[in-house]
Ligand binder design. Structure first.
Ligand code: IPM
Ligand code: MG
Length: 367
């Protein structure tokens, strides 16, 4: 059997710092579970632009297509704000998603017990929260044509198009139903069928797919109500399935319920490859945090937990994924915190590498 391969794209801002901690975890799994990951590293986002003049070089794209999983840090930063739209750092990430056809974006929002006080909501509303947002990632208004800024009647008009085919709605829905089957068997689909035709079709297709999953209880909600329900009573949800743009917004909203963006991983999955593994990219939900980049202050947990998702979804190493997740939880329970997880004055926060080392220590203790 060939070794599992991983392409690491640290990207910009805090990306390289948090990725350095993930490297420790990858090595630990290699040593203690006898798996030798073949790890390669390359550039994405502003870092790629600085070297190649584009946010993702063709060679990097080809490598991404060729590995079992891609692990990405973060892209973007104020240095690149004035770049032409076509070469902005974010375009590199969007190209990866589109060309790898990563249509199903899994964004768990889980509230760690030790952090329940950190949520902007009351503790009893969020403690024990464990929901999964499945966001359609390769279509909708992010990619629909026509798009652009055009001249019309002596002024400019900005146009983007919300567009969904039945196939696109259906394949994402299937991945959401499959996940619901492995969880609490409840799925809430969110769209705006009251104002958008794409929403009407969305609802129809999801309802049709539901016939293949009779054990899953399906509900529908308008996305605006969904946003309200997420902050009113988030524990009513198990799996949420929604489109690209609503998913972008709702997942940020769900993320904040948990107390810290620094804790949340994500997986973007496509169709199975020849070896049966899905095409996959894993990345933390947080951004490049330019304000603290290079200072050793960033929380590496979201990126470490993204690697745990890779173990689970790309490498059939569910037990190892559980072990990494438990180690992170143990570190938090022991009170070890990066600055984003602290609000008491006078407490010295752990640095990025101290946090990574603490996770390694917890992993060692778990053997
Ligand atoms: C996300 C981000 C991206 C998106 C940006 C960086 C292109 O906000 O992954 O949620 O809008 O999808
Ligand atoms: Mg977003």
């Amino acid at each position: 059997m060939t070794n599992p391969s991983l392409l690491i794209l640290p990207g910009d801002g805090i990306g390289p710092e948090v990725m350095a901690e993930v490297r420790k975890i990858i090595d630990w799994i290699g040593t203690n579970h006898g798996v030798n990951f073949e790890v390669s590293e390359d550039l994405v986002g502003g870092a790629a632009y600085d070297k190649h003049g584009v946010p993702l070089a063709d060679e990097t794209m080809a490598k991404a297509q060729d590995v079992d999983a891609v692990l990405l840090g973060a892209v973007g930063g104020p240095k690149y704000d004035d770049l032409d739209f076509s070469v902005k750092p974010e375009r590199g990430l969007l190209r990866l998603r589109k060309e790898m056809d990563l249509y199903s974006n899994l964004r768990p929002a889980q509230c760690f017990d030790a952090l329940a006080d950190f949520s902007s909501l009351k503790k009893d509303i969020v403690s024990g929260l464990d929901i999964m947002i499945v966001r359609e990632l390769t279509s909708g208004v992010y990619f629909g044509e026509p798009r652009g800024i055009f001249e019309e009647g002596g002024e400019r008009v900005g146009i983007n198009t919300q567009r969904y085919t039945e196939t696109e709605i259906e394949r994402g829905a299937r991945s959401a139903f499959e996940l619901a089957m492995k969880r609490n068997k409840r799925l809430c689909s969110m769209e705006k069928a009251n104002v958008m035709e794409s929403g009407i079709l969305w609802r129809e297709v999801v309802t049709r797919v539901a016939k293949d999953y009779p054990e899953v209880e399906l509900s529908h909600m308008y996305a605006d109500n969904g946003a309200m329900q997420l902050v009113r009573a988030p524990k009513q949800f198990d799996v949420i399935y929604t489109d690209n743009l609503f998913g972008d917004i709702l997942s940020d909203c769900a993320a904040m319920l948990t107390g810290s963006l620094g804790m949340l991983p994500s997986a973007s999955l496509g169709a199975p490859m020849e070896n049966g593994r899905p095409k996959a990219l894993y990345e933390p939900v947080h951004g490049s945090a330019p304000d603290i980049a290079g200072e050793g202050k960033a929380n590496p947990c979201a990126c470490i937990l993204s690697f745990a998702m890779a173990l689970r979804y790309s490498f059939d190493m569910g037990a190892e994924a559980d072990r990494v997740e438990a180690a992170v939880e143990k570190v938090l329970a022991d009170g070890i915190r990066t600055g984003d997880l602290l609000n008491e004055d006078g407490v010295k926060p752990a640095s990025t590498s101290e946090m990574g080392d603490a996770v390694i220590a917890a992993l060692n203790a778990s053997l």
